[in-house]
Write a protein that binds this ligand. Structure first.
Ligand code: C2E
Ligand code: MG
Ligand code: MG
Length: 311
């Protein structure tokens, strides 16, 4: 919608009206159920900067501007890093500060995510292969848009063969944001990955809706409790109650749990009390480049191996 009569005294050509309507249409097409948008200057600026980002994303894929950083997932009982999550970073001075949440969403809107996702898969598998000697696995985030593409499962098969990697050295993190209409398709594909030996992690658990039914309908190995519940675990009885509930549910269902976004010692203690031992968060480390991840492994896991040998 472009309300021409609202802009007083402005000289406007039919071409400009057309362009403004196109801006509104572009935005409306990304709006899910509400398929309309009203043009105004704020909307124009937003759509323009998104268009610029889309163009930069196309170049970024071609110019290899993405890298994967690694954030450790640490077991407080065994005092070992068990695994890492690979998180994408965009090395471009104009977009260094932009969160992956934002550029992944833009990439999802125009299927660029398929190219980015392929890169994420290959890079993560390459990294996981290099870390196999440390007996840690590496998880990657997979966008639902990528997952529903034809050939998704075969891509994994091809890469596993190419890099000669044990499938259980890799994990796939999925969020609950995928379209309910594709649930069966997503479920079938995840079943195939799992049969191959790849672990499936349900990311940001507790933040969407119908989260509990996803646990029933999808083959899940690990639940990742969203940072939101961890933030207030020591002060808010609801957060604490929910974390306790997820912990006992995981034991009944025999699935693993990782607590996301653990920043402080008191949160870690509260998690141990709730029966949760694997944490991911700034308390251990932020996501770091490969070489630093290896240093973290040497710091946390090597001493354990040494004392094991002494035993
Ligand atoms: P996520 O998969 O839930 O990843 C966890 C996010 O929480 C990461 O943000 C991580 O840096 C951040 N985080 C971890 N511990 C802490 C903490 O203690 N405090 C705080 N404040 N933050 C913490 P990041 O890297 O900015 O990624 C954000 C989201 O972008 C991810 O959420 C994921 O949904 C998406 N994403 C990242 N990399 C990829 C990717 O390669 N592919 C896809 N499809 N999505 C990705
Ligand atoms: Mg994740
Ligand atoms: Mg998460």
């Amino acid at each position: 919608i472009y309300e021409v009569d609202l802009i007083m005294g402005e000289q406007i050509t039919s071409r400009q009206i057309y362009d403004r309507v196109r801006v509104a249409v572009k935005h409306a097409s990304t709006q899910g159920a509400i398929k309309y948008a009203v043009y105004d200057i704020a909307l124009r600026d937003m759509v323009l900067s998104k268009t610029r980002m889309e163009e930069s994303l196309v170049n970024a894929v071609e110019n290899d501007e993405f890298t994967m950083h690694l954030q450790p997932q640490y077991n407080m009982i065994t005092e070992r890093i068990e695994s890492f999550e690979a998180l994408i970073r965009w090395n471009n001075p104009n977009y260094n500060h932009v969160s992956p949440v934002e550029f992944i969403r833009v990439a999802e809107e125009n299927n660029l995510i398929v190219h980015i996702g392929q890169m994420v898969m290959e890079e993560t598998i390459k990294i996981a292969k290099q870390l196999e000697t440390y007996q840690v696995s590496v998880g990657m985030n997979i966008s639902p848009v990528q997952m529903v593409q034809r050939g998704f499962v075969q891509q994994f098969e091809t890469l596993i063969e190419k890099y000669d990697i044990k499938p259980h050295s890799i994990a796939v993190e999925i969020t609950e944001t995928f379209m309910v209409s594709s649930l069966q398709l997503v479920s079938d594909k995840l079943q195939s990955l799992r049969k191959m030996g790849i672990h499936i992690h349900l990311d940001d658990f507790g933040m969407g809706y119908s989260t509990l039914s996803y646990l029933k309908d999808l083959p899940i190995d690990v639940i990742k409790i969203d940072k939101n519940f961890i933030d207030n675990i020591t002060t808010d009885k609801y957060s604490k109650g929910i974390v306790n509930m997820i912990s006992s549910l995981s034991k009944t269902l025999n699935v693993g749990v990782i607590a996301e976004g653990v920043e402080r010692d008191d949160q870690a203690k509260a998690l141990i009390k709730a029966g949760i031992s694997v944490i991911q968060g700034f308390m251990i480390s932020k996501a770091v480049p490969f070489d630093e991840a290896v240093k973290l492994l040497e710091k946390y896991n090597q001493k354990r191996t040494k004392s094991n040998k002494e035993e």
